[in-house]
Design a protein around this ligand. Structure first.
Ligand SMILES: NC(=O)c1ccc[n+]([C@@H]2O[C@H](COP(=O)([O-])OP(=O)(O)OC[C@H]3O[C@@H](n4cnc5c(N)ncnc54)[C@H](OP(=O)(O)O)[C@@H]3O)[C@@H](O)[C@H]2O)c1
Length: 274
């Protein structure tokens, strides 16, 4: 029986076992998917277990998506560009490869809503691990501008410099702007990529009174289903979407990497995560 794992700290909240075990059963695959809380010192051992084929594949979540990189043999272009790994695979030629399926997860989730990002102005709240993946996906979808704002401004500036030096030169993408936390520049779509909202009474305390009409409020959080950020967006008459589809699509991409099967995303999967 092949063993798969999601590792992080904390890990109790993870819904990855639920969705992967559902697809494993549906596709008659002899495998089991579990979750494990780790500390940084455990990462080395984890990779040894993959190399020795005791574990067949691993999903990585907060706070190890970057920290795991030095232990891997190779990164895909997506993982390399974002310096973020959420899926690990041992290849047939015994190389441990780090993938990033958050990028595809976000891209497919937005496409699924029918919203056309091309030429849009985007404002991202937050500069943690997931923001790097979202920026890369946004560039691929040809947005016109990206502005980031973060409580700790230096982290936003780090991402700004990182992308402006690597990708802007190579691809001719427009430069990322950074504004002070609390400022609200003009945007078409606003993305909450902070962890504010995970608790029901969490509030970003931002002033949306002058943002205008017909905006898209997107939250990477999907539990709770409707954060105060999304409630506010909806009350102001805007389009809203939570991060559930992003989670499902990133899991589906990881499943395909490990099992070479594209799992079905149906209503049952949707309900499973409610
Ligand atoms: N839907 C999906 O598939 C998916 C995938 C990945 C992640 N996520 C979710 O995305 C969220 C962020 O993940 P991550 O990996 O980027 O986490 P992270 O690296 O820990 O970053 C957390 C971010 O939240 C900000 N933040 C935390 N508390 C704040 C507060 N009180 N006020 C303002 N900002 C605050 C942090 O700002 P500072 O820099 O100032 O600390 C930082 O920008 C999490 O909720 C995670 O569950 C969803």
């Amino acid at each position: 029986m092949n063993k798969y794992l999601v590792v992080g700290n904390p890990i109790e909240h993870s819904m990855s076992p639920l969705i992967h075990n559902y697809w494993i059963k549906k596709n008659n695959i002899r495998a089991i998917y579990d979750k494990k809380k780790l500390n940084s010192v455990d990462l080395k051992d984890l990779i040894i277990k993959i190399r020795e084929k005791n574990i067949s594949g691993v999903n990585v979540t907060v706070p190890f998506k970057k920290e795991v990189i030095p232990y891997l043999d190779k990164l895909t272009l997506d993982a390399e560009t974002t310096q973020s790994v959420n899926t690990i695979l041992l290849t047939n030629d015994s190389k441990i490869v780090g993938h990033n399926t958050d990028i595809g997860g976000f891209e497919n989730a937005i496409k699924d809503t029918g919203y056309n990002l091309s030429g849009k102005k985007i404002l991202i709240l937050g500069s943690g691990g997931v923001t790097a993946s979202i920026i890369f996906a946004l560039y691929k979808m040809e947005v016109s501008s990206i502005t980031i704002t973060n409580r700790t401004k230096t982290k936003a500036e780090y991402l700004q410099n990182f992308y402006n030096s690597i990708t802007v030169k190579k691809n001719g993408w427009s430069k990322i702007k950074v504004v002070e936390w609390g400022q609200m520049p003009e945007f078409d779509m606003i993305i909450n990529a902070t962890s504010v909202g995970l608790n029901n009474n969490d509030n970003l305390n931002l002033d949306f009174s002058k943002i205008g009409k017909n905006k898209f409020f997107y939250d990477v959080i999907y539990n709770p289903k409707e954060t105060n950020f999304l409630k506010k967006g909806k009350d102001l008459g805007n389009k809203t979407e939570n991060g559930k589809k992003m989670f499902i699509f990133q899991a589906a991409e990881a499943f395909k990497i490990w099992h070479d099967v594209r799992p079905e995303i149906n209503e049952e999967v949707n309900i499973l995560l409610d």
